[in-house]
Design a protein around this ligand. Structure first.
Ligand SMILES: Nc1ncnc2c1ncn2[C@@H]1O[C@H](COP(=O)(O)OP(=O)(O)OP(=O)(O)O)[C@@H](O)[C@H]1O
Ligand SMILES: Nc1nc2c(ncn2[C@@H]2O[C@H](COP(=O)(O)O)[C@@H](O)[C@H]2O)c(=O)[nH]1
Length: 204
């Protein structure tokens, strides 16, 4: 039977740099992860492309997908729905490839319940002041939306203990290197367990 791929979940507060770090990891030569493109009811930001950054959906379309069971997880985050298409994740893992989700904390909790064997990484900011400064500098949110995201961020940071690993995003290159190291170590751990298990069966 083919070895299943890893489900890697990168989560953390809005503005911490999840997208920046994920794009940097995916731009490295030889990266073998597949990115799961999320669905959202949020309007596209300047430069965002449907089917690349997100699948942009109307609220009623998203609610129909929920009813049809097409989402592995979903959450309402500061007024918009966000969710992960389940078929893509299942097919990618079953084909032996690692799949990478970049999602907020409520969604990560749901994935943990359904896929406890996933690898859960929390990306943390150096400080709340730095976090706010990153959201402000990105220039994509209104003042009100920033307040909403910062309020949720404080609640999310309190849940970082639930993750397998916490990675500080002080510098993008350093955060990428830490995440790559975690994934390599996780593969070694699982392969080692699988090899030992096979050896034990053969010895019987
Ligand atoms: N290590 C870093 N040092 C300084 N700035 C950073 C760092 N990482 C990301 N940034 C900047 O912070 C801002 C937010 O980054 P990004 O959009 O990747 O965050 P995010 O966690 O994906 O946000 P969201 O969850 O809202 O999609 C961007 O302007 C980005 O350039
Ligand atoms: N639960 C989920 N959260 C998701 C998903 N895709 C993205 N996100 C997270 O939502 C917030 C806001 O995103 P933004 O693009 O509007 O800034 C952020 O934390 C994303 O990581 C998803 O499929 N499920």
């Amino acid at each position: 039977m083919r070895e299943k791929g890893l489900l890697i979940v990168l989560s953390g507060p809005s503005g911490v740099g999840k997208g920046t770090v994920r794009k940097a990891i995916f731009s490295q030569p030889g990266t073998a992860f597949e990115y799961s493109i999320s669905m959202t009811t949020r309007l596209p930001r300047h430069g965002e492309v449907d089917g690349v950054d997100y699948f942009f959906k109307k609220r009623e379309e998203f609610e129909a997908l929920i009813k049809e069971g097409k989402l592995l997880e979903y959450a309402e985050f500061v007024g918009n729905y966000y969710g992960t298409p389940v078929d893509y994740v299942r097919e990618t893992i079953d084909s032996g490839k690692d799949v990478f989700l970049e999602i907020e904390v409520q969604g990560a909790k749901q994935v943990r319940e359904k896929f406890p064997e996933g690898l859960f990484i929390f990306l943390a900011p150096p400080s709340l002041t730095e976090l706010e400064s990153r959201i402000v500098t990105r220039g994509t949110e209104t003042e009100e939306a920033i307040k909403g995201r910062m309020k949720v961020a404080k609640e999310e940071i309190e849940l970082m203990d639930l993750y397998d690993y916490v990675v500080e995003n002080d510098h993008v290159d350093a955060a990428c290197a830490r995440i790559n190291a975690i994934v390599i170590a996780e593969h070694c751990r699982r392969e080692r367990v699988a090899v030992l298990y096979k050896k034990m069966l053969e010895a019987e």
